[in-house]
Design a protein around this ligand. Structure first.
Ligand code: F6P
Length: 257
């Protein structure tokens, strides 16, 4: 029976990767919406995927924030830095998350766990657009932004659009607009409707969708049946080398459609 289960999961992984048009999917048992523990299994899968995909030698890895990413960070192991020199950077700054789940915090935790370096992006998360723009002219910030946009790998999550907008305390007018345009998913500060169309983009620095195609390793981590629509919407933009680490909850829901 166990062999059957494994064969079954493997088949589902292939089916899911094919339907999303990406390189590979890894599906862990359970549904993160129901059991928090599932995230640890996803974390182990991320660690394994990185170990398979990262070349030996130096790599810059850009990472996003969020609760999933913050949990994943604890699951990376020092095995990753054997024969590798890793630098973790935040993929984007200033998108309004609280400290514990900011990309800066996640990348510093990942560096600690995986045994690498970390470069922070010092731009406040809660800042008006007018105050934000001049910061980008700072040489020290420019330097990190260049490092980020030319990174070799990225690890990111996908979230539900309105939930993310509210969590980040975005303008009520923007939230209303997102609702009106039926945004369902969010990744990298971009909001997508069900057909994958970009309906809004937070005007902030860091990794842009067009940067992803150049990166050798792109890992998306998102699970739970509640994220199924969001995952499908974002994946219309995901570069073909993307690996998705997800759970049965999301996978079953996506494949049902
Ligand atoms: O805000 C950073 C971010 O990675 C978003 O791009 C994504 O939608 C969200 O966090 C996911 O958050 P969570 O893992 O808490 O669902």
């Amino acid at each position: 029976p166990l062999i059957d289960d494994l064969a079954n999961i493997h088949q589902q992984e292939e089916e899911l990767a094919r339907s999303l048009g990406i390189a590979r999917c890894l599906i862990v048992a359970g549904d993160i919406d129901q059991q928090e523990k599932v995230v640890e299994e996803m974390g182990k899968s991320v660690n394994e995927a990185l170990n398979l995909l990262l070349p030996l030698g130096p790599s810059v890895i850009a990472v996003m924030g969020g609760t999933t990413m913050a949990e994943i960070a604890h699951c990376l192991t020092a095995k990753l830095s054997e024969k590798r020199s890793l630098t973790f950077v935040p993929a984007r700054g200033g998108i309004g998350e609280t400290v514990a789940i900011q990309a800066n915090s996640v990348s510093s935790m990942m560096a600690r766990r995986a045994g690498g370096n970390h470069r922070a992006l010092y731009v406040p998360e809660q800042l008006s657009e007018q105050a934000y723009a001049p910061l980008l002219n700072e040489p020290s910030i420019q330097q990190v932004v260049q490092l980020i946009r030319n990174s070799d790998a990225v690890i990111h999550s996908v979230g539900q659009a309105i939930k993310m907008a509210r969590r980040r305390d975005m303008d009520t007018q923007v939230v209303a607009m997102l609702q009106q345009k039926r945004a369902v998913g969010e990744a990298f500060g971009y909001f997508f409707d069900e057909s994958g169309q970009i309906v809004y983009k937070i005007p902030r620095i860091g990794v842009q969708l067009e940067d992803l195609t150049r990166m050798k390793c792109v890992i998306a981590v998102a699970g739970g049946s509640s994220k199924a629509k969001a995952i499908v919407a974002y994946m219309k933009h995901a570069p073909s080398q993307t690996w998705l680490i997800t759970d049965e909850g999301a996978a079953k829901m996506i494949l049902k459609k």
